[in-house]
Design a protein around this ligand. Structure first.
Ligand code: HEC
Length: 121
């Protein structure tokens, strides 16, 4: 009797583990075919980065790193700094600064694809 209950628990537990792991794998990003600065990127920078990089926080925080206008952000994309910093790659300063946490993984994919597409405005 006892072993039977034990078996049942094992079965239930492995089922739960399986369900949790399959859930995680299904986490896919809905990435648009076309990504432009105006359509997606500008507002993403605004929500994820303006806390420190907004133009009006000039000199106080990080706004000297002009990621808030298209030409400057494009330059950071070309130099590898943009993707390097949001993916916490070696040799770049990890962003968001000192949060020890990355932005949403799907948002990172959108940034990456935008750079791959040549950073259209
Ligand atoms: C909590 C404040 C904060 C947030 C949020 C933040 N940054 Fe920064 N960022 C900084 C600071 C401060 C620096 C300057 C670091 C230095 O020069 O030591 C910086 C520098 C940078 C640089 C230059 C990195 C380098 O390697 O020189 C890039 C690119 C950058 N940020 C991108 C972003 C992006 C993209 C986001 C949004 C996803 C973001 N940051 C969010 C504070 C922040």
């Amino acid at each position: 009797m006892k072993t039977n209950t034990h078996k049942k628990i094992v079965v239930v537990l492995s089922l739960v583990t399986f369900l949790i792991s399959s859930c995680k794998k299904e986490e896919t990003c809905d990435i648009p075919q076309e990504i432009t600065y105006t359509k997606q990127i500008a507002s993403m920078v605004e929500t994820e980065c303006f806390l420190c990089h907004a133009p009006d926080v000039y000199k106080k925080k990080a706004s000297r790193n002009k990621i808030f206008d298209y030409p400057s952000l494009k330059k950071m994309g070309e130099s590898g700094q943009l993707i390097g910093s949001i993916t916490h790659a070696k040799g770049y300063i990890a962003m968001p600064y000192r949060k020890n946490k990355k932005i949403d993984s799907c948002a990172i994919e959108v940034f990456k694809k935008w750079v791959d597409l040549g950073m259209p405005e």
